[in-house]
Design a protein around this ligand. Structure first.
Ligand code: AMP
Ligand code: MG
Length: 284
């Protein structure tokens, strides 16, 4: 349970060293303090209220000071793991004005002309903002590796480049939360079928997802390598069990909340004489 002395970040933080994803239960609900699905909406609402206030403080500080720390949540996971669901249900609880959301798709022709981090740097959150990446630089060592999109000698170097990039970001005050939404193989099958059984979900179905599913083992291995190679203290990975949607949404909201709480955000002081301004308004 997430109590006074333990945090969800401690519980879900991926330990350093070799990673074997089969040893993580995608159906678990570690640290969930309630009963389960039924009380998850109420619990999420409680988090939402706290998140809203802290996000407003962050935003206010960022307006006063462009160098103020910012937050970046990176969401990665296989198709149907629920990146979109997390954005709707967890991130959706805070004021959209304070969110910088970016979804990374196949690089455009323009993007392909540049270094793989070029489009990532352009999408970083501004002062006081919470940045959300739906996919990220990790696609460049994931789909690129599995589908052989660039030569190995090129993608091989990217792990170090990503670590250096993230270390620099952290050094400049970006709090990075990397969430691997861990969905099970059977659960994914059910979710794909669900998309095919409901005309309202056809738009979410992409026949290409089945091709990726056929390479499940290759993707898992590529994930295991990137999780091991790019798991630093400045930019740690959290493995979020994602078979239960209510848990997944609660967990990402809780990870964000713990990060904001640790930032010890106060309201920025007035940069004007308050008493004098009251007088001016009264006289106006
Ligand atoms: P979705 O997130 O379902 O809209 O799908 C986006 C697609 O873009 C996925 O199939 C990703 O693998 C693909 N994608 C994202 N980034 C890259 C990249 N750097 N190189 C190649 N494909 C990518
Ligand atoms: Mg998709």
């Amino acid at each position: 349970m997430v109590g006074k002395n333990s945090s969800l970040r401690d519980l879900l933080r991926l330990p350093q060293g070799p990673v074997d994803l089969t040893s993580f239960d995608s159906g678990a609900a570690p640290g969930y303090p309630g009963k389960g699905k039924d009380d998850a909406p109420a619990r999420s609402e409680m988090i939402g209220e706290k998140l809203s206030e802290l996000q407003e403080r962050l935003y206010a500080n960022g307006r006063e000071n462009p160098d103020f720390p910012r937050v970046l949540v990176i969401l990665q996971g296989m198709d149907t793991s629920g990146k979109g669901g997390v954005i709707r249900h967890a991130i959706g609880m805070v004021d959209p004005q304070g969110i910088d959301l970016k979804a990374f798709k196949q690089p455009t022709e323009e993007e392909r002309k540049h270094h793989f981090l070029w489009r990532i740097k352009k999408a970083l959150p501004g002062p006081g903002m919470i940045g959300i990446f739906d996919r990220s630089q990790y696609e460049d060592v994931l789909v690129v590796r599995v589908e052989d999109l660039v030569p190995q000698e090129e993608w091989e170097k990217r792990y170090d480049q990503i670590n250096k990039f993230e270390a620099d970001l952290a050094g400049s005050g970006v709090k990075i939360i990397k969430c691997f939404l861990h969905v099970g193989h059977e659960e994914q099958k059910g979710r794909l079928l669900e998309r095919l059984q409901n005309p309202e979900k056809y738009w979410k179905y992409n026949p290409g997802d089945v091709d990726a599913r056929k390479k499940w083992g290759d993707y898992r291995e590529a994930y295991e390598v990137l999780l091991e190679q790019c798991n630093t203290d400045e930019a740690p990975w959290y493995v979020v069990p994602a078979d239960r949607k209510w848990y997944r949404n609660w967990a990402v909201a809780q990870l964000l909340l713990e990060t904001l709480e640790e930032m010890d955000l106060s309201w920025p002081a007035a940069d004007f004489d308050v008493a004098k301004e009251i007088e001016r308004v009264n006289k106006s």
